[in-house]
Design a binder for this molecule. Structure first.
Ligand SMILES: Cc1cc2nc3c(=O)[nH]c(=O)nc-3n(C[C@H](O)[C@H](O)[C@H](O)COP(=O)(O)O)c2cc1C
Length: 256
């Protein structure tokens, strides 16, 4: 069973690639997180959890979903973390999660994909993103035979900087940086409500046809990147930057 979480489609793409190569079923964590439902699944094959990297760790909402899940069957767990640059010392935290959950940690595959964190960093244009995605596909293909045979993935070692990033910096980031306050809409907003539907936290509502953000934001960047009118900005930080959605996600109609 492959369980994935995604804001802008990178992790969904990686999960779909694994599902097709390994012939395993796929579960999207979106509605579970959004509706606060417990994940209750059975898998006789190793679990594969796929998600973005947030602050050099698993997104805390996804970690908590796994922690509280009822997982029957296999005790083996792989993790794939898509990222813009690196996962720091995420592996240590995944091992701790597996220990708490009674799972056996089989490895972490970090996967550099296009950066989606438009509130902080530049995101690549379509051409640059395409190059990164092709590279990531190839990298993931190399992990497939190991996962198919239930073998351990090579350890992802972290230096001092990586340890600090996944440790103290993650804490500062989660508590001090992640806020919805700077989100705003421009006059281009059509009031279509797409932002309300793609938010995994159900944190956005429409008031007199305009989005309003509450306090539960996790900075997944789904709202700002999915907005068809490019009418959402994060303070001044996102102004003039291209929006990013993984190509298939952009084409799919399922979230319209
Ligand atoms: C809140 C947030 C935090 C992020 N933190 C990291 C990070 O610590 N390291 C990194 O390399 N990329 C980081 N990124 C980039 C994403 O992990 C990366 O673009 C990912 O592939 C997006 O996946 P998705 O399209 O499935 O949502 C971050 C992105 C967001 C939105």
């Amino acid at each position: 069973m492959i369980v994935y979480f995604t804001g802008t489609g990178n992790s969904r793409r990686a999960a779909q690639l694994l599902a097709s190569r390994l012939g395993r079923p796929l579960t999207d964590a979106f509605s579970y997180i959004r509706e606060g439902k417990q994940l209750s699944l059975t898998s006789e094959q190793p679990w594969i959890f796929v998600s973005p990297t947030y602050g050099w760790q698993l997104p805390h909402v996804f970690r908590d979903l796994i922690l509280n899940a009822d997982l029957q069957g296999s005790r083996d767990a792989y993790f794939v973390m898509t990222c813009g640059a690196g996962v720091g010392n995420a592996e240590q935290y995944l091992r701790q999660l597996c220990d708490k959950k009674g799972l056996s940690f089989k490895g972490l595959q970090p996967l550099v994909m296009p950066e989606n964190y438009i509130a902080m960093f530049p995101v690549p244009d379509e051409r640059a993103a395409g190059v990164l995605i092709k590279k990531a596909d190839k990298q993931l293909e190399r992990a497939v035979p190991l996962m198919a045979q239930g073998l351990a993935l090579p350890a992802v070692k972290a230096g001092l900087a990586g340890k600090a990033m996944s440790g103290v910096v993650n804490t500062v980031f989660t508590r001090g940086v992640v806020t919805a306050k700077p989100f705003r809409v421009t006059a281009d907003c059509t009031g279509c409500g797409k932002c309300t539907r793609v938010c995994p936290q159900n944190n956005i509502s429409l008031a007199t046809g305009r989005p309003v953000w509450s306090a539960e934001c996790i900075h997944c960047m789904a709202c700002i990147n999915h907005c068809p009118a490019k009418a959402i900005e994060y303070g001044k930080k996102s102004v003039g930057k291209p929006r990013y959605l993984c190509p298939e996600w952009k084409e799919t109609k399922e979230n319209d």
